[in-house]
Ligand binder design. Sequence first.
Ligand SMILES: Nc1nc2c(ncn2[C@@H]2O[C@H](COP(=O)(O)OP(=O)(O)OP(=O)(O)O)[C@@H](O)[C@H]2O)c(=O)[nH]1
Ligand SMILES: [Mg+2]
Ligand SMILES: [Zn+2]
Ligand SMILES: [Zn+2]
Ligand SMILES: [Zn+2]
Length: 493
Amino acid sequence: MSDRSVKKKVFRIENPNKKNVYNVLLVGETGSGKSTLINYLTNYFRGGTLHNLKIAIPSRHYPATEEFDHQEKDLQDPTKSKTGKCTFYNFSLNGIDYAFIDTPGLSDTSGRDKDAENILKIMEVAEMTGTIAAIMLVVNGTVARTTSNLKDTINMMKSSVPDVLLSNIMVVLTNCYESSVNFEFKALNPWTISDKNRFYMNNSALSRPINTWIDDPEKFDEIEYAWKKSMKTLEQMVKKITQLGHVASDAFGEMRKKKNEIKSKLNAQINDMRKLYVLQNKLTDLQHAENIASISVSSYSNYRQNTAIEIVDMLPTPYINVLCKNHRAWVCCHKCDRFILPMSFCQAFSISTESCNKCGCSMAHHFDASYKPEKKTQTIEMILQETKQRYDESKQQQATIQSQISSLSGDLDLLKKDLDAKALTIVDNCKELQKICSQFSFADELANTIAIMKTDAGFVTNMEVKADAVARIDRIQSLTKSLNVNTKPGGSR
Ligand SMILES: Nc1nc2c(ncn2[C@@H]2O[C@H](COP(=O)(O)OP(=O)(O)OP(=O)(O)O)[C@@H](O)[C@H]2O)c(=O)[nH]1
Ligand SMILES: [Mg+2]
Ligand SMILES: [Zn+2]
Ligand SMILES: [Zn+2]
Ligand SMILES: [Zn+2]
């Protein structure tokens, strides 16, 4: 690969005075406490206290006190991610700059598509920052088992965090103390998170209105105990972040490009499959029409008809016959025995009327001949013009349909080969992606596509086409097997 193709310019967050910002990306399920953690960090960096709370991100009970650009929507709906976009919260301490990036919560009730969109947003922001110091997975530490939501979140992260950043992953368990945590770190396998990258906090001060605890000594003590612990934890956390240092976030961009490529190829597969159905249906129609045309052809094929006609031949005879001019096919007197005597001596004529007993004509019409007429039937072939015209038309139609069938079959073969070839290039793209992110899961990426393909195939009525479609979908699905997620361990130092 040439240098030029690698060094594609990506938009970087412009912050000219702050070249060495420690960027920290907060990622986690909705409601896990990301925004709350940022509010606690705000108090840590800006010297807030329980009597003088500093609020960066407003919530139901606490209006903002700090100047930041923020956007919190649906404050009243606890099932919707409150944080809708990625927002930077910049802090400075002892001349060091930090930027904490709040991100939309994953696995919320808005659904998988929304999650995919959010994870893309998060990756884009990671790419834009230029460098990343830490990726912070925020998890509610009271969640007893690893819920399917949390599993999804973890899987999405595994599929999105490049291997170069594996040592920069931190896990923050909220709503708990180290002694009361329920989270099982093996849920992150094969990622391993060192003890020094695990943090436990109970950021309870902001979960209830201030008037419910500020004047209640018992509740205040409880909240103050947790608050102090949290502030100490934040101190360690910030120290750890500076130790982790900056890692170039280009890999996110590389992943984004590769993922986009895979996505557009998967979409192309969906479209090509739809095209395939259309062509296959057309082929079936044509085959049907060809059947009809061939029936026509065979039913009009009897346009030749044999007819028997009678003809009269004159056969020479070694004797004399009396024939009539008016009745050429008749022999009025066969082997006339009158020899040289006149016609009136011939027995064929009545003596009184002198007319022929056989044909009724007068004697004058008769003559002697040394031949005799003989009737013959001859069969001749007749062409039924109308039938022949129909036959020719059907034949022409059949030929047209047959040539359409053969060109359509050719198109179909090409399309099928193209589909197969493209599916293989998707596998290649996945393998390239797995070099950057060993935990990238093609199966997850493919799930949507397969669902759409199955829905499409459900509308196919032609059994043969349907069977072909199902087999094709199975083959695409089985591609994932050749791309088993790497289980080699990776993780923080
Ligand atoms: N008791 C207690 N409550 C917490 C803790 N962390 C967060 N909460 C509460 O949990 C709720 C959700 O917290 P948020 O900080 O809004 O969660 P989030 O991760 O930003 O959620 P989204 O923006 O939807 O992704 C709020 O009511 C917080 O007050 C904690 O450590 N202890
Ligand atoms: Mg939030
Ligand atoms: Zn005679
Ligand atoms: Zn006669
Ligand atoms: Zn006659």
